[in-house]
Each structure stands twice: as structure tokens, then as C-alpha cells.
Design a binder for this molecule. Sequence first.
Ligand SMILES: [Ca+2]
Ligand SMILES: [Ca+2]
Length: 284
Amino acid sequence: MSSEVVAPAGAGFAGERGRNWMEACATSFSVGRSVVASNLSPGTDSKPDVPVGLRMLGLVFSLNLCRGLSLGVVLGGVAWAALPTNYAGKPFQDAFHRGGMPSVPGLIQCALYDLGGEGVAYHDTDALNNGSGKLNQETGHQRAHGGTYIWNFRRDEGVDLSFVKDWADLNHTNQVTPPLNQFYIGWTENGEWCNYTVNVTRPGRYRIKALYAFQTNTVTFDLNGQSASICRLPEATPGYHHWNLAEIGFITLPETGPQLLTFHYGKGNNFAWFDFEWVGEAGK
Ligand SMILES: [Ca+2]
Ligand SMILES: [Ca+2]
């Protein structure tokens, strides 16, 4: 189940390992992608026989309605067209990730939420990073297939991050196998959220797919501070380390350029990435 609010709508590593990881992601991304044809048909123009007086009354009503709608669209456009002017977060970047904001259509890596800290770029229940700042400081969790960059990724921030491990995530059959070393948000709790500044290169309606694990929860997205999409993780997996890639809902992104997506989530899942696939013009 998913519903769309009408109107608006990598991790990675240095060196060769980083390239391999990116290639693995690209492969998984292309496997998961499907092309959906837009099936639009022109409407018919029906003109019933209506008395002149009623036609004029209808014309006045229509003009007023159009004025109201136009005003609403303008106001709505201002509200949803761009980043909120008071937003202090910035697209994530570090020595390895230099690409700036992710492009939509495309892949949004959950672990690459914006810079800006608690209450600005994200909200997390506790200040500790239970993955990078705790679990992955244990020797047994510092898998050889990772490295210091991976083990310590954003370790001083509250969002709880970890990575796909050989013996935890890949020692069993997954519905969809995630890439080794794939970063993800874990230790999820109700009321948590993350911001992503994205660059929309094609306005329109989008299908959202998620690489996730565990429960069939509802998650939502805001666009520039306005509720834009209610999504549903469609299928439970056996646990936090059993992964699936599936369509979770739709969203309309009516404007190009930098936009702010806020991902709201609750207890019971791990989240690795979102794939935003363009499916048609806005409002179609
Ligand atoms: Ca935390
Ligand atoms: Ca958390």
C-alpha cells in the first residue's frame, strides 16, 4: 500500500575497493530498474446543451475557480519549488564522496544524509552512532573486506550506520542480495528522520524502490518541508540482515534543481538506498 500526496510531491570507499563497490551498486541498480511506459490518452471534449444564463453563471464560476486555483498553484509552487530558505543543512561530502548532492532520477544512499547535525540534517533517538561508533569498534565486526573508512563512517553522528558484512548479511539467502560493504541506516526508532538535498534533473512522477530489511512498516517523504509521499515496505524479511529490494510507493517532484527530501522512518528496519525512477509527467 502506498499513497501519494497530490500537488508537490553510497556509501563508498577509497581506491580500487571503492570502484568495485560503485560498480556493484550500479549493477544492482540496473538489475532493479524497470522502464514504465507512460500510457496517456487525450480526453474527449463534451459540450452538453446548457441555457445561456447558466453558461454565463458557469463561466463566472469557472473564472473565479481558475483565479483561486492559479493562486493556489503559485503559492504551492513557492512552497514546494525549492529548498526552504532557512534550511542550514548541506549535501554530504567527504574526501571520498565529492559528487555533491545525488541526482534524481537516480539512487539516494541512505547513509549519505546531509551534513548539519542533530535537528538540522537528521533526528536520531540517541547521540551515539550504535554502528560506526559502537558495534563496529569491536574487533570482530571490523571485517577484513571493509577498512577503517567503512568501520568508522560518520561515527560521531547520531544516525546509526553500519555496513553489509560477510557473516551477518551474506551468509544466507536474501530476497535481493546487497553489495558487500553497502552502508545502511540501522537501529531505527520511531520518529527518526534524515534530510537529503537532491538535484532533480527531470520533473515528474517517480516510483520509489527501497533496498531494506525486516518489517512491513510505513515510511514517508517530505518535499521541501511539505508532506509528499506515504510509502509501504511491501514484504517482510526474516530479520534485520535479510534484504529485499522492492517498490514502496510514488512521489511527485514538480520542479527541477536542488530540493530537500526528508525521509521519516520508524522502528523495525534497516535501510540501504532508495531508487527514484521517473514514470511520467507530474499530475498524469
Ligand atoms: Ca543513534
Ligand atoms: Ca537510531
